[in-house]
Design a protein around this ligand. Structure first.
Ligand SMILES: CC(=O)SCCNC(=O)CCNC(=O)[C@H](O)C(C)(C)COP(=O)(O)OP(=O)(O)OC[C@H]1O[C@@H](n2cnc3c(N)ncnc32)[C@H](O)[C@@H]1OP(=O)(O)O
Ligand SMILES: N[C@@H](CCO)C(=O)O
Length: 407
């Protein structure tokens, strides 16, 4: 087996800006890339194998001598490993700095936190922008389609590489929550506790529909070029921006849009009777679309949305969701948000019902918030209180001492 953890040299496997981002990210002390050779290829649900392949990840805090305090944070669709450190492309703080850090609910003074870019992503882990060793060009659509289970398989390799037998906790929101459920179902003995947030055990028809709109927007952009745009030195930015604009609406709520923007006009006193961004909400969505294309690869968007669409945990277990969790010792805290219409509370309750039927140790919290699906990324005190309390109880059960010394 060929495996190296790279901390000091660039990862020469992607093109353009994405490659530059990778070069920057592996220069910081907490940034790493684990590489696996062709002789240690990853078997995929699609029936093919991927190798050589690599996984880029960040770590925070210290792994204790017993290796019992590791928390794996799984990111959502367009997230990445920069959960609590500055993003190398945008220069913005990590996407969950309110949740992860010293003294935060996921307390890096107590826990060793790992966050890896998903398989199919574009921030250093192998994805469609990575170089295909067979051609010397970016994989583009020659990259096999990956699933949530493939993403988790890749993470298991990383966790094994780090010498961790059982993770103290796996936590994540949205697609991150799907990975949490996948971990708990497939590797119960490797997951002491699990916190799936704003997620479900399968992707709904409505959610697949929204993803398809986004993918078609990308594919309709003439610069997509059948997926081979990187080799041609162009990018389907317009299509990707429209995909993000449509998706972004689903991450919010009618109430939050009304409160933020209502029917307010953007930098003007009256309607223009044209198609410029008259309304603040139009300007806002255009901004979300334009800024997104600077940090994300269009083909990765196709692959990662597809992975979410294919997610159906019960289908893996003969159509029975309780079967996925039967006899598990993992302790679960399932969370949802009242205004989330992308992964409504009913989806979380279905998971909770299955866990109860499987005799699992489960608690459930529905957070009252009018900010929609992306509430899990925002300042929601009950979310933080719940995660902190649940982890503290689980840490006590696992004998992980508090930063002051007491268990
Ligand atoms: C779990 C993961 O893996 S994270 C995934 C990656 N991260 C994300 O998806 C986060 C992106 N999502 C967002 O930013 C979502 O809007 C939210 C809902 C989470 C953030 O909500 P808020 O913090 O309330 O920010 P808000 O929605 O107001 O957006 C602020 C941005 O909109 C811009 N904006 C606000 N109003 C307007 C307007 N009228 N016209 C143009 N731009 C506007 C702001 O300038 C700001 O821009 P910036 O982000 O480039 O600085
Ligand atoms: N807004 C987040 C969550 C979407 O589910 C993202 O883009 O990853």
């Amino acid at each position: 087996m060929m495996l190296r953890v790279m901390t000091d040299t660039p990862a020469p496997s992607t093109a353009g800006d994405i490659e530059q981002a990778q070069r920057r990210e592996i220069d910081t002390p907490s940034s790493h890339v684990a590489r696996f050779g062709a002789d240690d290829a990853l078997a995929l649900d699609a029936g093919s194998t991927l190798g050589p392949w690599q996984i880029a990840y960040e770590t925070y805090g210290t792994l204790n001598a017993e290796r019992t305090n590791a928390v794996l944070v799984c990111h959502a669709l367009t997230g990445d490993q920069y959960v609590a450190s500055t993003h190398p492309v945008t220069g913005k703080p990590g996407w969950w700095t309110m949740m992860v850090g010293p003294g935060k609910p996921v307390d890096t003074d107590r826990y060793f936190v790992i966050c890896a870019n998903v398989l199919g992503g574009c921030m250093g882990t192998t994805g469609p922008a990575s170089l295909n060793p067979a051609t010397g060009r970016p994989y583009a659509l020659d990259m096999p389609v990956v699933t949530i289970r493939d993403m988790v398989r890749a993470q298991t390799r990383l966790v094994e590489h780090l010498g961790i037998e059982t993770l103290f906790c796996v936590i994540g929101g949205s697609m991150g929550g799907m990975q949490v459920l996948q971990w708990a179902a497939n590797f119960p003995h490797k997951v002491f506790s699990a916190i799936p947030i704003a997620a479900g055990a399968r992707h709904s028809s409505q959610n697949i529909a929204f993803h398809e709109v986004g993918r078609q927007a990308i594919m309709a952009d003439p610069d997509w070029r059948g997926g081979s745009y990187l080799s041609d030195g162009v990018r389907p930015s317009k299509g990707l921006a429209v995909a993000r604009m449509a998706a972004h609406i689903t991450y919010m709520s009618d109430e939050s849009l009304h409160r933020k923007f209502g029917r307010n006009l953007q930098d003007r006193e009256a309607l223009t009777f044209g198609f410029d961004a008259d309304f603040q909400i139009e300007s806002y969505l255009r901004h979300q679309g334009m800024t997104f294309v600077d940090r994300f690869d269009a083909n990765s968007y196709l692959y990662v949305t597809r992975a979410m669409d294919y997610f159906d945990l019960a289908a893996e277990y003969g159509g029975s969701l309780p079967q996925a969790f039967l006899h598990t010792d993992t302790r679960f805290c399932v969370m949802s948000f009242t205004s989330d219409w992308l992964f409504p509370t009913a989806e979380s309750k279905a998971v909770v019902r299955a866990l109860n039927a499987a005799a699992a140790n489960v608690s459930f919290v529905e957070v009252a918030s009018d900010r929609g699906h992306d509430a899990f990324l925002l300042d929601e005190p009950e979310l933080f209180r719940t995660v902190r309390g649940f982890l503290t109880g689980a840490a006590h059960a696992r004998g992980i001492p508090a930063p002051g010394g007491a268990a």
